[in-house]
Design a protein around this ligand. Structure first.
Ligand SMILES: *[C@@H]1O[C@H](CO)[C@@H](O)[C@H](O)[C@H]1NC(C)=O
Ligand SMILES: *[C@@H]1O[C@H](CO)[C@@H](O)[C@H](O)[C@H]1NC(C)=O
Ligand SMILES: *[C@@H]1O[C@H](CO)[C@@H](O)[C@H](O)[C@H]1NC(C)=O
Length: 371
């Protein structure tokens, strides 16, 4: 009998020990998705969480976070896990959702020269697209022809061509589709010891995700109202300079919200549309931002935007191409809602062009009465 009790005791202690060891093992070593039984053991999934500095992270075990070269911050999954923020820099790659690609020493300005590449590897076969958020992207301005020659950001490996960027693009974003299993590579070439910085968030998007952008849309907006700005939008620092980038040709798509049938485009302010021609002349004669400085149709041959089939009050606007240095408000009922941006290879004669900043507002469908 005594031996029997000893035996039972031994078993209980042994089992508790074993459970403890299993728990330690799980929180240290195993992928966190294993369902766990028994007292004191909790299962958790590698869900999204918010880590230090409000950055997006993944809930990992400490061990997983270390292995992923992440930075562990706040606890998650009832503090069994840690919110792990993944940051990568030059020459590195990532197969983890919500990875931040930063310049060396970010947020301190980086003045090195060379090519800095970051490789995006698909998490799994269910992923079709990435959203690239340029949280911070400050590179050298283009030359006076609009070419990115001092610094250039190039994205390769995706399913379609992505325009080359430089200058100030903080707050901008892009969607790039994967081309099969090929990695998408972001390369930033820098020359000259000027200060620049970037912090680029890469989100991987499942093929069946409702927020996935339609294929081919470089930018995608999903609200009823918003603002679309061209890359490197702004006023050039020097007379003769341009902020408009050369060789752009891309589509901006706006999700059609239920109950809305059209979209109205308008300039954000009188200086917010300088797409072709000499902006300084238009500023000088006070025509900037007015219909006098706006150009249409066949007069828009080098740099322009396209808004399909706009409803125009003035028949002489009978066109869907717009350029020049002013933009009169237009509404389009063509679907899908899309704005196409085109620039040619040389912005030399387009002095002081800012590019554009346009507000959009979706317009409600007419009420159909059946009487
Ligand atoms: C800007 O760079 C492009 C590409 O190298 C070159 O063709 C162009 O001549 C340059 N423009 C000026 C004004 O130097
Ligand atoms: C990546 O994270 C975002 C949230 O930041 C989420 O919406 C998306 O579904 C995640 N992608 C995958 C493939 O899990
Ligand atoms: C709109 O797009 C943002 C950015 O991808 C996303 O986080 C959000 O969930 C989307 N909203 C809707 C209603 O689709």
């Amino acid at each position: 009998m005594r031996y029997f009790f000893h035996f039972i005791c031994f078993c209980i202690i042994h089992t508790l020990c074993l459970l403890f060891v299993i728990k330690m093992f799980i929180s240290e070593f195993l992928p966190a998705v294993i369902p766990v039984f028994g007292v004191g053991l909790v299962r958790f999934v590698n869900g999204l969480c918010t880590g230090y500095g409000n950055l997006a992270g993944t809930c990992y075990t400490r061990r997983q976070c270390r292995n992923a070269n992440g930075v562990a911050s706040t606890g998650c999954a009832r503090s069994i896990g840690v919110c792990c923020v993944i940051t990568r820099t030059c020459g590195q790659s990532s197969q983890i959702n919500n990875t931040y690609f930063v310049s060396p020493g970010f947020p301190t300005a980086y003045s090195g020269a060379g090519v800095c590449t970051f490789t995006i590897q698909k998490i799994d076969a269910d992923v079709c697209q990435v959203r690239i958020d340029f949280l911070t992207l400050r590179l050298a301005q283009p030359n006076t022809s609009g070419s990115c020659i001092t610094d250039a950001l190039v994205i390769t490996g995706g399913a379609s061509t992505v325009p080359i960027l430089c200058g100030e693009n903080s707050g901008q974003h892009m969607y790039v589709d994967f081309n099969g299993n090929t990695n998408i590579v972001i390369s930033i070439g820098t020359t000259g010891a000027i200060g620049r910085a970037w912090n680029i968030k890469v989100t991987q998007i499942n093929c069946n995700c409702p927020t996935k952008a339609p294929s081919g849309c470089l930018q995608y907006f999903n609200r009823t109202t918003g603002t679309v700005t061209s890359f490197n939008y702004g006023l050039a620092a020097t007379q003769g300079g341009t902020r408009q980038l050369a060789n752009q040709n891309y589509g901006v798509c706006i999700a059609m919200i239920r109950g809305y049938c059209g979209i109205t485009w308008s300039q954000t302010n009188t200086l917010s549309f300088g797409v072709s021609g000499d902006t300084y002349t238009a500023i000088g004669d006070n025509s900037v931002g007015t219909i006098t400085a706006e150009m249409f149709g066949v007069n828009c041959l080098t740099d322009f935007i396209v808004i399909p089939s706009p409803v125009l009050t003035n028949p002489s606007f009978n066109t869907d191409r717009f350029c020049g240095n002013g933009f009169a408000t237009v509404t389009s009922n063509s679907k899908p809602f899309v704005l196409t941006v085109v620039t040619d290879a040389n912005e030399l004669n387009d002095m002081g062009n800012v590019g554009f900043s346009l507000n959009y507002a979706q317009t409600r469908c007419p009420v159909i009465t059946t009487t």
